[in-house]
Design a protein around this ligand. Structure first.
Ligand code: ZN
Length: 241
Protein backbone atom coordinates (compact mmCIF):
# COMPACT_ATOMS: atom_id res chain seq x y z
CA UNK A 1 0.00 0.00 0.00
CA UNK A 2 2.84 2.34 0.83
CA UNK A 3 4.18 1.85 -2.65
CA UNK A 4 1.29 3.85 -4.10
CA UNK A 5 2.55 6.98 -2.40
CA UNK A 6 5.60 6.98 -4.60
CA UNK A 7 3.98 6.97 -8.02
CA UNK A 8 6.00 4.27 -9.66
CA UNK A 9 6.30 4.22 -13.41
CA UNK A 10 6.15 0.46 -13.72
CA UNK A 11 4.66 -2.25 -11.53
CA UNK A 12 7.57 -4.64 -12.12
CA UNK A 13 10.09 -5.84 -9.58
CA UNK A 14 12.57 -3.14 -10.43
CA UNK A 15 11.26 0.39 -10.29
CA UNK A 16 12.53 3.78 -11.19
CA UNK A 17 11.71 7.16 -9.82
CA UNK A 18 13.45 10.47 -9.36
CA UNK A 19 15.51 11.43 -6.35
CA UNK A 20 16.70 14.98 -5.75
CA UNK A 21 20.41 15.08 -4.96
CA UNK A 22 21.20 18.73 -4.33
CA UNK A 23 19.87 20.50 -7.41
CA UNK A 24 20.17 17.36 -9.49
CA UNK A 25 17.24 15.12 -10.43
CA UNK A 26 18.71 11.64 -10.34
CA UNK A 27 16.94 8.52 -11.64
CA UNK A 28 16.70 6.06 -8.76
CA UNK A 29 16.43 2.39 -9.71
CA UNK A 30 15.10 0.08 -7.04
CA UNK A 31 15.97 -3.53 -7.69
CA UNK A 32 15.10 -6.56 -5.60
CA UNK A 33 17.96 -8.94 -4.91
CA UNK A 34 17.05 -12.14 -3.04
CA UNK A 35 20.64 -12.70 -1.94
CA UNK A 36 21.23 -9.20 -0.58
CA UNK A 37 21.51 -9.01 3.20
CA UNK A 38 20.82 -5.31 3.54
CA UNK A 39 19.88 -2.24 1.52
CA UNK A 40 22.72 -1.09 -0.71
CA UNK A 41 23.02 2.16 -2.57
CA UNK A 42 25.38 2.90 -5.39
CA UNK A 43 25.92 5.47 -8.07
CA UNK A 44 26.33 3.89 -11.47
CA UNK A 45 28.84 5.31 -13.93
CA UNK A 46 25.91 6.45 -16.10
CA UNK A 47 24.77 8.78 -13.29
CA UNK A 48 21.77 6.73 -12.17
CA UNK A 49 21.45 5.78 -8.52
CA UNK A 50 20.58 2.19 -7.72
CA UNK A 51 19.28 0.81 -4.47
CA UNK A 52 19.29 -2.93 -3.86
CA UNK A 53 16.35 -4.29 -1.87
CA UNK A 54 17.24 -7.33 0.24
CA UNK A 55 15.10 -10.41 0.69
CA UNK A 56 12.03 -9.38 2.72
CA UNK A 57 12.71 -5.68 2.15
CA UNK A 58 10.21 -3.13 0.87
CA UNK A 59 10.19 -0.44 -1.79
CA UNK A 60 9.21 2.09 0.87
CA UNK A 61 12.19 1.24 3.06
CA UNK A 62 14.46 1.32 0.00
CA UNK A 63 13.25 4.80 -0.81
CA UNK A 64 13.81 5.93 2.79
CA UNK A 65 17.27 4.40 2.70
CA UNK A 66 18.14 6.33 -0.46
CA UNK A 67 16.78 9.57 1.04
CA UNK A 68 18.86 9.08 4.19
CA UNK A 69 21.97 8.67 2.04
CA UNK A 70 21.51 11.61 -0.31
CA UNK A 71 24.63 13.26 1.18
CA UNK A 72 26.66 10.18 0.34
CA UNK A 73 25.32 10.22 -3.22
CA UNK A 74 26.34 13.84 -3.58
CA UNK A 75 29.88 12.88 -2.55
CA UNK A 76 29.85 10.11 -5.13
CA UNK A 77 28.90 12.60 -7.87
CA UNK A 78 31.88 14.73 -6.89
CA UNK A 79 34.10 11.67 -6.89
CA UNK A 80 32.82 10.69 -10.33
CA UNK A 81 33.71 14.16 -11.60
CA UNK A 82 37.25 14.05 -10.22
CA UNK A 83 37.92 10.38 -10.72
CA UNK A 84 41.66 9.97 -10.21
CA UNK A 85 42.46 7.26 -12.71
CA UNK A 86 40.57 8.85 -15.58
CA UNK A 87 43.87 10.39 -16.69
CA UNK A 88 45.95 8.04 -18.78
CA UNK A 89 49.23 9.63 -17.82
CA UNK A 90 50.45 9.59 -14.22
CA UNK A 91 52.52 12.54 -13.07
CA UNK A 92 53.54 14.09 -9.76
CA UNK A 93 50.23 15.40 -8.38
CA UNK A 94 48.15 12.63 -9.99
CA UNK A 95 45.99 10.63 -7.61
CA UNK A 96 45.82 6.87 -7.86
CA UNK A 97 44.15 4.07 -5.93
CA UNK A 98 46.38 2.12 -3.59
CA UNK A 99 45.03 -0.40 -1.07
CA UNK A 100 41.55 1.05 -1.48
CA UNK A 101 42.49 4.67 -0.77
CA UNK A 102 43.32 7.57 -3.07
CA UNK A 103 46.95 8.60 -2.79
CA UNK A 104 48.86 11.39 -4.48
CA UNK A 105 51.98 10.70 -6.49
CA UNK A 106 54.91 12.85 -5.50
CA UNK A 107 58.47 13.06 -6.66
CA UNK A 108 61.40 14.51 -4.74
CA UNK A 109 64.47 16.34 -6.09
CA UNK A 110 66.44 13.06 -6.21
CA UNK A 111 63.83 11.55 -8.53
CA UNK A 112 62.29 9.23 -5.93
CA UNK A 113 58.62 8.54 -6.57
CA UNK A 114 56.46 8.50 -3.42
CA UNK A 115 52.82 7.53 -2.90
CA UNK A 116 51.19 6.33 0.30
CA UNK A 117 53.93 4.58 2.27
CA UNK A 118 55.81 3.51 -0.88
CA UNK A 119 59.03 4.91 -2.34
CA UNK A 120 60.44 3.99 -5.73
CA UNK A 121 63.91 5.13 -6.68
CA UNK A 122 64.04 5.89 -10.41
CA UNK A 123 67.09 5.96 -12.60
CA UNK A 124 65.74 7.73 -15.64
CA UNK A 125 63.59 10.80 -15.86
CA UNK A 126 60.44 9.82 -17.73
CA UNK A 127 57.49 11.77 -19.08
CA UNK A 128 54.88 9.39 -17.73
CA UNK A 129 55.36 7.73 -14.34
CA UNK A 130 52.61 5.23 -14.98
CA UNK A 131 54.66 2.35 -16.43
CA UNK A 132 57.20 2.57 -13.59
CA UNK A 133 54.53 2.69 -10.89
CA UNK A 134 52.42 -0.05 -12.49
CA UNK A 135 55.44 -2.32 -12.70
CA UNK A 136 56.13 -1.67 -9.03
CA UNK A 137 52.50 -2.35 -8.06
CA UNK A 138 52.46 -5.55 -10.09
CA UNK A 139 55.60 -6.72 -8.31
CA UNK A 140 54.06 -5.90 -4.91
CA UNK A 141 50.92 -7.82 -5.89
CA UNK A 142 52.99 -10.85 -6.92
CA UNK A 143 54.51 -10.90 -3.45
CA UNK A 144 51.32 -10.35 -1.49
CA UNK A 145 48.47 -12.06 -3.34
CA UNK A 146 49.62 -15.71 -3.53
CA UNK A 147 50.27 -16.06 0.24
CA UNK A 148 46.84 -14.53 0.91
CA UNK A 149 45.22 -17.08 -1.43
CA UNK A 150 46.93 -19.94 0.38
CA UNK A 151 45.96 -18.52 3.76
CA UNK A 152 42.26 -18.23 2.84
CA UNK A 153 42.30 -21.60 1.06
CA UNK A 154 43.64 -23.25 4.20
CA UNK A 155 41.11 -21.46 6.42
CA UNK A 156 38.27 -22.89 4.34
CA UNK A 157 39.80 -26.27 3.56
CA UNK A 158 39.97 -25.67 -0.21
CA UNK A 159 42.82 -26.99 -2.34
CA UNK A 160 44.69 -24.77 -4.81
CA UNK A 161 47.29 -26.03 -7.28
CA UNK A 162 48.90 -22.76 -8.29
CA UNK A 163 48.43 -19.01 -8.03
CA UNK A 164 49.43 -16.60 -10.76
CA UNK A 165 49.30 -12.81 -10.77
CA UNK A 166 48.51 -11.42 -14.18
CA UNK A 167 47.67 -8.31 -16.16
CA UNK A 168 44.11 -9.13 -17.24
CA UNK A 169 42.26 -6.30 -18.96
CA UNK A 170 38.70 -7.31 -18.26
CA UNK A 171 38.61 -9.49 -15.17
CA UNK A 172 39.76 -9.47 -11.58
CA UNK A 173 40.42 -13.15 -11.31
CA UNK A 174 39.78 -16.62 -12.67
CA UNK A 175 39.98 -20.24 -11.62
CA UNK A 176 40.85 -23.15 -13.90
CA UNK A 177 39.54 -26.69 -13.63
CA UNK A 178 43.00 -27.81 -12.63
CA UNK A 179 42.96 -25.51 -9.63
CA UNK A 180 45.07 -22.60 -10.85
CA UNK A 181 43.84 -19.28 -9.51
CA UNK A 182 44.83 -16.23 -11.52
CA UNK A 183 44.48 -12.79 -10.00
CA UNK A 184 44.72 -9.32 -11.47
CA UNK A 185 47.63 -7.34 -9.99
CA UNK A 186 45.30 -4.33 -9.77
CA UNK A 187 43.75 -5.94 -6.68
CA UNK A 188 46.61 -4.19 -4.86
CA UNK A 189 44.67 -0.99 -5.67
CA UNK A 190 41.46 -2.23 -4.03
CA UNK A 191 40.57 -2.41 -0.33
CA UNK A 192 41.67 -5.60 1.46
CA UNK A 193 38.02 -6.67 1.81
CA UNK A 194 37.54 -6.49 -1.98
CA UNK A 195 40.78 -8.37 -2.63
CA UNK A 196 39.65 -11.08 -0.22
CA UNK A 197 36.24 -11.27 -1.89
CA UNK A 198 37.81 -11.90 -5.31
CA UNK A 199 40.05 -14.58 -3.81
CA UNK A 200 37.10 -16.21 -2.01
CA UNK A 201 35.03 -15.98 -5.21
CA UNK A 202 37.70 -17.91 -7.10
CA UNK A 203 38.06 -20.38 -4.22
CA UNK A 204 34.29 -20.85 -4.42
CA UNK A 205 34.80 -22.06 -8.00
CA UNK A 206 36.85 -24.94 -6.60
CA UNK A 207 33.53 -26.21 -5.25
CA UNK A 208 31.21 -24.96 -8.03
CA UNK A 209 32.74 -24.43 -11.47
CA UNK A 210 29.90 -22.10 -12.59
CA UNK A 211 27.85 -19.11 -11.48
CA UNK A 212 24.79 -21.11 -10.38
CA UNK A 213 22.68 -20.34 -7.32
CA UNK A 214 24.67 -23.02 -5.52
CA UNK A 215 27.86 -21.16 -6.35
CA UNK A 216 26.51 -17.87 -5.01
CA UNK A 217 25.33 -19.64 -1.85
CA UNK A 218 28.90 -20.87 -1.47
CA UNK A 219 30.25 -17.33 -1.98
CA UNK A 220 27.81 -15.97 0.61
CA UNK A 221 29.10 -18.57 3.06
CA UNK A 222 32.75 -17.78 2.33
CA UNK A 223 32.28 -14.01 2.19
CA UNK A 224 29.02 -12.80 3.82
CA UNK A 225 29.54 -9.15 2.73
CA UNK A 226 30.36 -9.96 -0.88
CA UNK A 227 27.68 -7.66 -2.33
CA UNK A 228 29.45 -4.67 -0.82
CA UNK A 229 32.68 -5.78 -2.47
CA UNK A 230 30.79 -6.20 -5.77
CA UNK A 231 29.49 -2.67 -5.37
CA UNK A 232 33.01 -1.30 -4.92
CA UNK A 233 34.18 -3.18 -8.02
CA UNK A 234 31.30 -1.82 -10.10
CA UNK A 235 32.05 1.71 -8.96
CA UNK A 236 35.74 1.33 -9.76
CA UNK A 237 35.49 -0.60 -13.01
CA UNK A 238 37.68 2.10 -14.60
CA UNK A 239 40.67 0.61 -12.75
CA UNK A 240 40.65 -2.22 -15.28
CA UNK A 241 40.98 0.14 -18.22
ZN1 ZN B 1 33.26 -16.43 -11.04
Amino acid sequence: MLERLFNFKSPSESRTETLMVGARAVPLLMVRHPRARRYLLRLRPDGKARVTIPHGGTIAAAKEFALRNVGWLEQQFQRLATRPTSSRVWNPGSEIYFRGGQVRIEMDAAGTICFGTERIATVNVVADLRPVIEKYLRCLASQELPPRVMELAMQHGISVTRVTVRNQKSRWGSCSRRGTISLNWRLIQSPASVRDYIILHELGHRRQMNHSDKFWQEVARLCPDYLEAERWLKQHVQLLR
